[in-house]
Design a protein around this ligand. Structure first.
Ligand SMILES: NC(=O)c1ccc[n+]([C@@H]2O[C@H](COP(=O)([O-])OP(=O)(O)OC[C@H]3O[C@@H](n4cnc5c(N)ncnc54)[C@H](OP(=O)(O)O)[C@@H]3O)[C@@H](O)[C@H]2O)c1
Length: 331
């Protein structure tokens, strides 16, 4: 392996955070018993936050961001992984308190590593990344509450043009769901969302009521929410009796307003989704589904970037104008 190599490094100086591409050595990498040569990473909402001042993602500087990575094992002190094996790492502390995927090499604990399943390439794994993994967890969470392709239910996906939202629509379509409605703020996304499998596209300003009421006309049985804030507050009173909403994100704000009415009069449930600390022993099975019945690569909305043009992607995510997934090619 090279004695020095390329990485994005986030530094803090007098409370101001900045990032740059630097040449570093393995000394800068966090500890771990599996060393991986990184092939690809991806750009998630959280990676954008990681490079902001007071972004709330990185606690100790300097730090290498990148919450996702796929690559090849260089050395392993754990018998589960062997030199030359292709692997995936998403979540846990990667790119937060532990140096992450925006570097040519990463060193992580074996418990964070998943073997790349047959049928997925290293790039495919990063087209999915944390966003896709979270979309999958959200769907599984709603299915555990009765969502089923056999039931003709009305399903809404918020933040539809983003990473989690767009993959969720593709997975729902692939699973045979018929009435999948995409909610977006962006009229120019309508065609694309229909093309990836939405049966209809709703615009956010049409769905937000002028005067929010405790209960509205019932329109959706299941809601996969990635936006939070005003959007989630407005949708909750529109959920059918006995329906559920999964919540995984806060792109539209962390504050959420509700009365108790949807819960006590309609038996509606809110279900939290977390991909970061999702147990490692249950991850393999989900990645195998992406390689088989959830293989969505032919429809994926994806662009490739390199370290040198990451900033443009961060700006788009920050401005809420980002669409689909961005895969970061490391070398
Ligand atoms: N819980 C977990 O484990 C987990 C894992 C992954 C992601 N997340 C969270 O999920 C959210 C989405 O992540 P992502 O990677 O998919 O981000 P993303 O690609 O930037 O997508 C977010 C989408 O939300 C919508 N949006 C953005 N700003 C908005 C605003 N101010 N008001 C209303 N809608 C807005 C936009 O869709 P439209 O333009 O189509 O409306 C945007 O494309 C983030 O909050 C992220 O932190 C959580």
């Amino acid at each position: 392996m090279n004695s020095d190599f390329k990485a994005v490094v986030v530094r803090e100086n007098n409370g101001e955070v900045s990032h740059a591409i630097e040449r570093i050595t393995t000394e800068m990498l966090s500890e771990g018993n599996v060393m991986i040569k990184v092939a690809y990473s991806s750009v998630n909402y959280k990676d954008m936050l990681a490079v902001q001042t007071k972004g709330g993602v990185i606690r100790n500087y300097p730090m290498i961001p990148g919450i996702d990575l796929s690559g090849t094992v260089v050395s392993s002190e754990n018998s589960k992984f062997k030199e030359g094996q292709n692997v995936i790492v998403t979540g846990f502390q990667t790119g937060m308190t532990h140096t992450g995927g925006y570097a040519e090499y990463v060193r992580v604990p074996a418990e964070w590593v998943v073997a790349l399943p047959e049928g997925l390439s290293l790039r495919d794994a990063m087209v999915i990344g944390t966003a896709g993994f979270t979309a999958a967890l959200s769907i599984m969470t709603l299915e555990a509450k009765g969502m089923s392709p056999d039931m003709n239910q009305e399903i809404l996906v918020t933040g539809a043009s983003g990473g989690v939202g767009s993959v969720a629509i593709q997975l729902l379509k692939k699973s045979g769901y018929k009435n999948v409605h995409a909610l977006t703020r962006d009229e120019s996304e309508i065609e694309q969302l229909l093309a990836i499998g939405a049966s209809s596209v709703l615009l956010t300003h049409d769905v937000l009521p002028e005067k929010p009421k405790a209960l509205e006309k019932q329109k959706f049985h299941y809601v996969l929410d990635v936006v939070g804030g005003e959007v989630a507050s407005a949708i909750l009173p529109q959920i059918y009796y006995g329906g559920s909403m999964s919540m995984c994100g806060n792109a539209g704000g962390i504050k959420f307003n509700s009365t108790v009415m949807p819960f006590i009069l309609r038996g509606v449930s809110i279900l939290g989704v977390d991909s970061v600390n999702f147990p490692s022993e249950n991850r393999d099975a989900i990645w195998k589904r992406f390689a088989n019945e959830w293989h969505i690569m032919s429809q994926a909305i994806v662009k490739d970037v390199v370290m040198e043009n990451l900033d443009e992607v961060f700006e788009n995510i920050k401005a809420g104008t980002h669409t689909g997934r961005h895969v970061l090619k490391i070398v």
